[in-house]
Design a protein around this ligand. Structure first.
Ligand code: NAD
Length: 387
């Protein structure tokens, strides 16, 4: 069985789906590993390192795509320079494992089903204890949270830590983190390590203890509705609750030097939490890093992919932050994807055991069908909107 690792063609994608350290493990299981020439280059993994680990380097991209049994990728398939879609290159019956964004772009699932490709979407791995080693959303979100704080610290015209010097005492920076999921918790931890005083807000009360255990203050808003959905994710909240949370957020923004926003609701546009009026009340020189920029932004002033200065406040809307730390992002992603493959491959043969909740949730297309109910719903919503 050939496991093929594609070179990412997306311009801002520096990660690679498999790293040399994990090739040996697959080769030992009797699997053939093909790596497209230069696939790991932008993450500093040389072809020679893959080769030394037992992989075969394939210079011809067409050969790699058209002969793969399992194709591993980071970003969803793209259209190539020659105008051909990567999806069209894959052989019928082959397996694609990648981030596919099937809830944001369900059309991709339709295309994969039509091509009879079995697709496993890394976003759809359940957030359960058993699936932890495969949880790529978490491994990559943690990098985003860490990097967001470093970006904010670099843009802030102030120190982060408290300093007592001969020239006077510097007060520590005040950081306000909105959304205390995986990215938010890592942002809190990183800001604390840099010496900032940190506050955090989330609509899920369950995160209070985690926030406090990292040395931050939890900003609590009592809401009269259930804010947690299945799987521990946040639910979209009512207009009344939104208003109440915004009033609290506004109070804390006024004192903050740095605001890191990370709030998301799966499959939905990111909730708008910071209005232009709220930004106008912030201190000049303060910095917002909006980690939800790709999903529409938590701040109304965010321009995805750009750094702007609005009313003296720097607003940064980074895109694909994990790709900016490609060594560790690739290493962790490769571990996630290899763990998933261990569930699928037994004695060099693929097994799709849909009684297994992880395979059932991750596998969005199989034998020409869109298997995922959520993806079907998302596709239906687009189709109805168009007609
Ligand atoms: P996410 O990226 O979907 O959202 C980020 C955070 O934004 C969440 O904490 C969410 O509650 C918060 N949020 C949403 N709307 C908000 C609003 N209006 N105002 C303020 N905050 C808002 O979250 P995630 O990091 O992907 O984590 C999702 C869930 O998965 C969490 O319950 C997390 O604990 C759980 N999880 C479990 C495991 C595991 O058990 N193995 C691993 C990782 C994550």
């Amino acid at each position: 069985m050939k496991i093929a690792v594609a070179r990412e063609i997306e311009v801002c994608e520096r990660r690679v789906a498999l790293v040399p350290d994990l090739v040996g493990r697959l080769v030992k299981q009797g699997l053939e590993v093909w790596v497209e020439a230069g696939a790991g280059e932008r993450a500093f993994f040389a072809d020679a390192a893959y080769q030394a680990a037992g992989a075969k380097i394939i210079a011809d991209s067409n050969q790699l795509w058209t002969q793969a049994d399992i194709l591993l990728k980071v970003s969803p398939p793209q259209e190539r320079e020659d105008g051909r879609s990567e999806i069209d290159l894959l052989p019928e019956g082959s397996v694609l494992i990648s981030f596919l964004n099937p809830l944001g772009n369900p059309v991709i699932a339709k295309q994969l089903a039509e091509r009879k490709i079995t697709a496993l979407s890394m976003e759809m791995i359940p957030r359960t204890t058993r699936a932890q080693s495969m949880d790529a959303l978490s491994s990559q979100a943690s990098i985003a949270g860490y990097k967001a704080v470093l970006i904010a610290a670099a843009a802030l015209p102030k120190y982060f830590p408290m300093l007592t010097t001969a020239a006077g005492t510097i007060a520590p920076a005040k950081v306000f983190v909105i959304g205390a999921g995986v990215a938010g918790l890592q942002a809190i931890a990183t800001a604390r390590r840099l010496g900032a005083v940190v506050e955090a807000f989330d609509i899920r009360p369950a995160v209070k203890e985690e926030v406090q255990s990292l040395g931050a203050k939890f900003v609590e808003v009592k809401l009269d509705e259930e804010t947690t959905a299945a799987g521990g994710y946040a639910r979209e909240i009512s207009e009344t609750s939104k208003q109440r949370t915004q009033e609290t957020i506004a109070q804390h923004l006024k004192n903050a030097d740095v605001v890191i926003t990370t709030a998301q609701v799966p499959g939905k546009k990111a909730p708008l939490l910071v209005t232009p009026e709220m930004v106008a009340q912030m201190k000049p020189g303060s910095v917002i890093v909006d980690l939800a920029a790709e999903q529409g932004g938590n701040c109304a002033c965010t321009d995805p992919g750009k750094d702007i200065v609005w009313n003296g406040v720097t607003i940064i809307g980074p895109i694909n932050l994990p790709s900016s730390m490609p060594v560790h992002a690739s290493q962790l992603y490769a571990k996630n994807i290899t763990s998933l493959m261990q569930l699928l491959i037994r004695e060099k043969t693929l097994h799709f055991d849909f009684a297994d909740d992880i395979i059932d949730a991750a596998c969005i297309t199989h034998k020409g069908e869109i298997r995922s109910y959520r993806v079907q719903e998302a596709l239906q919503a687009i189709t109805s909107a168009v007609s």
